[in-house]
Design a protein around this ligand. Structure first.
Ligand code: MN
Length: 721
């Protein structure tokens, strides 16, 4: 670890003339710390230089790097801040000052004066408060503090055991979650693994051993998988980096605990076999996903789209699991290089963009708002303990803690529902569940639970069974894979004939609803089923979710690069929603004949006066092109808040309040409805036609599913147009 490395790495992203301040900070710190040693026996200077090196990973600016090198100078060498200010400017001085203030509070907790429990809490609360204020003022202070802590953790072995434990504990409780909250997963995982090794040394060794054994066996296998994925992506002409994914011991440990509570073994932890695919652009992520899913069977219920729905830490990626070579299950993450950078460095990556004036980042602003809000709260809470508790709960926002009526505490992932809770208590209770009370009030089974909720499950002794709706992710009944698996098991045990019929029905309904024209057996092939009957059964027992069919058909289909004719009419379009391949800024217009929405396969047709008109790939108006060269490849490129019109038809038994219920569902999805027509017929049914502004085929599929569940509704479909 030398200053040379800091120089080299900084030069990779900073202009050469910005290195001056870093170099003179180094000279100054070297002189100031001269003769001082760390507990490890090394020269003290090693520590601030190591912290600076960590910050070059985050690509922080020269002032922050200089401040990291100087961070212990005021404290350990008695150099006043004014001196730093004079030599390095006010920017560096205020960063060093911020870090010093944080260190002062931190060191109080561990000065061996053996403070009382209450005293400890007070110090911790004060710590947190300072940290949050510092963060709200200048994020870099906290990033320097994290780098400082990370290097101290790496060299913790030199301290006495009590200090090791105390520092490890604080790291696990405050610094690791904080890094996670800021989205800096690289630092978070390393802090966790280090703290874990000091807090539970035996368990740490045990898991390290298990993982090492497993890895030795898995290495060859993974490289075969990687070769196969590379070859297939090559064929699809996608430029990608494919690699195995390192696994962090602490997260394995946590997963094992979670598995043990549901009675499974280490061998079941499949994500030890994991790979990552990095591509250039966001659309390529979906393209690569389609390629991987047509190579191997996806494991149902394991697909997560964090691109469309980024995590709060701004993390974006596609997650899926497939049954790969030799029937082994592997996990796959797909993301662009930029998403990957954000995944590793979180807020630091965004902060940089903002500083560079590259983009005003709304999510970044939201995060700062979160900090400010936290500071507001801490003014309101009375005791120190309360404050610590409230901050901790907020840092661990991925979990909710709820209670049984008898006061037993259960933890569930954020977003879990009463149904998840029921299955968590007992499989049979889940199967029989017909309703739930949260804090004494009746709620619907797909309500998201909140911290501290008391949940009572209503379940008749017999005569009830799970509903297939519970498996439809669009309806949001279950969040945990545990509950989903139990429900699936129940259906698997039902008659094959019954499952087959239900599966066929569900598929027919979904295709009709979305106005997708594709033969059943072709769709079955997309899902890797040779026999259509098996495919129906798979849908019937919830192994294939009909809600995924739209996306599958849209992503797996080779893009049509043929066939146009002038469209009849075209409507106004959201600008920039569609990217035309290989052509610059062209005006694009959505064809009104087929009203494509994002997710549909589309082609562009170059018109004489109106730029490019965008049609659905299967639109009859773009068959048989008179001038095939006018056809261009186009792709969806969505910004925020873009919507697309689509016509919907709904048939239902007519009743008072029908239209009300329908519009409520649509409003709840945040969808605009701009033309509604209701027609009642003699046979007691009604037809509602409406125009919705949807963000794409996924939302459409979801809202159609919800409309279907409205009382009295016989069918809902997208009008073919
Ligand atoms: Mn330090």
């Amino acid at each position: 670890m030398s200053f040379e490395q800091v120089r080299t790495r900084a030069l990779q992203y900073l202009p050469a003339d910005s290195l001056g301040v870093i170099e003179s900070a180094y000279q100054f710190a070297a002189a100031a710390h001269d003769g001082q040693l760390r507990k490890t026996g090394e020269p003290y200077l090693v520590h601030p230089v190591a912290a600076a090196l960590i910050l070059t990973d985050l690509r922080l600016d020269q002032d922050a790097i200089a401040a990291a090198i100087l961070h212990d100078v005021p404290e350990d060498c008695g150099v006043p801040i004014a001196e730093i200010d004079k030599r390095f400017g006010s920017e560096v001085a205020s960063l060093v000052d911020g870090v010093t203030k944080l260190s002062k509070v931190t060191s109080l907790a561990h000065d061996g004066r053996n403070p009382t429990k209450a005293g400890d809490e007070l110090v911790q609360a004060e710590n947190l408060r300072k940290m949050l204020i510092a963060m709200a003022e200048d994020m870099r202070v906290v990033l320097i503090k994290l780098a400082d802590r990370l290097h101290n953790m790496r060299t913790l072995a030199a301290l006495k055991p009590e200090r090791q434990r105390a520092i490890a504990q604080e790291t696990m409780e405050i610094f690791a979650p904080l890094a996670g909250r800021l989205g800096i997963y690289q630092i978070k995982s390393e802090l966790e693994d280090l703290a874990f090794s000091y807090l539970e040394p035996e368990r740490y060794r045990e898991i390290a051993q298990l993982v090492a054994q497993r890895r030795a066996a898995g290495e060859q296998y993974i490289s075969r998988v990687i070769r196969e994925v590379r070859r297939t992506l090559d064929e699809a002409k996608i430029v990608a980096e494919v690699s195995g994914r390192p696994k962090h011991l602490y997260s394995v440990s946590r997963k094992m605990r979670a598995y043990q509570t549901i009675g499974r073994e280490f061998a079941d932890i499949s994500d030890l076999l994991a790979i990552r695919i990095l591509v250039e652009t966001m659309p390529e992520c979906y393209h690569a996903l389609g390629v991987v899913h047509s190579l191997w069977h996806p494991v149902p219920g394991q697909f997560d789209d964090y691109i469309a729905n980024p995590k709060q830490s701004m993390y974006q990626s596609l997650h899926t699991a497939v049954i790969a070579l030799d029937g082994q299950r592997i996990e796959i993450q797909i993301r662009s290089h930029e998403m990957h950078h954000v995944a590793e460095y979180g807020i630091a990556a965004h902060w940089r963009y903002k500083e560079g004036g590259r983009k005003a980042d709304i999510q970044f602003e939201e995060r700062i708002a979160w900090l400010r809000q936290l500071l507001e709260w801490q003014k309101e809470v009375r005791g120190a303990q309360e404050f610590v508790d409230s901050v901790k709960t907020d840092l661990f926002r991925d979990q909710v803690f709820v209670y049984t009526p008898r006061g037993e505490i259960k933890d569930l992932p954020a977003g879990a529902t009463p149904l998840d809770f029921a299955y968590r208590i007992h499989t049979d209770l889940g199967h029989r569940c017909v309703g739930a009370k949260v804090n004494g009030r009746l709620v619907s089974l797909n309500t998201a639970l909140k911290n501290g909720d008391i949940i009572e499950i209503i379940a008749p002794k017999s005569g009830r069974s799970p509903s297939r709706d519970w498996l439809n992710p669009n309806l949001g009944y279950v969040k945990t894979s545990h509950a989903r698996e139990k429900i699936r098991q129940w259906f698997r045990r039902q008659e094959r004939a019954e499952n087959l019929d239900r599966g066929r029905e569900l598929l027919e309904k979904e295709l009709k609803r979305l106005a997708l024209h594709k033969p059943f057996d072709e769709i079955a092939k997309l899902f890797k089923y040779d026999k259509l009957e098996d495919f129906f059964v798979a849908i019937g027992i919830g192994e294939v979710n009909p809600g995924t069919i739209a996306v599958k058909v849209a992503t797996a289909e080779p893009r049509p690069i043929t066939l146009p004719l002038t469209p009849k009419r075209s409507g106004a379009v959201p600008i920039g929603a569609v990217a035309v391949m290989g052509v610059g800024d062209l005006v694009t217009t959505m064809a009104r004949c087929c009203s494509p929405v994002p997710g549909d396969v589309i082609v562009g047709y170059i018109t004489r006066f109106r730029g490019v008109t965008v049609h659905r790939g299967d639109c009859p108006n773009v068959r048989n092109p008179a001038e095939p060269e006018r056809i261009v490849r186009v792709d969806w490129m969505l910004g925020k808040d873009q919507v697309f019109p689509v016509r919907i038809r709904l048939d239902a038994w007519d009743r008072v309040g029908l239209l009300n219920d329908v519009t409520a569902v649509i409003a709840a999805e945040g969808i605009n409805m701009n033309a509604v027509q209701t027609e009642s017929s003699m046979d007691g049914t009604a037809t509602i036609s409406m125009k919705l502004e949807t963000s794409g085929i996924e939302q459409l599929s979801r809202v159609l599913g919800k409309l279907e569940a409205v009382k009295g509704v016989l069918g809902v479909s997208r009008e073919a147009g």
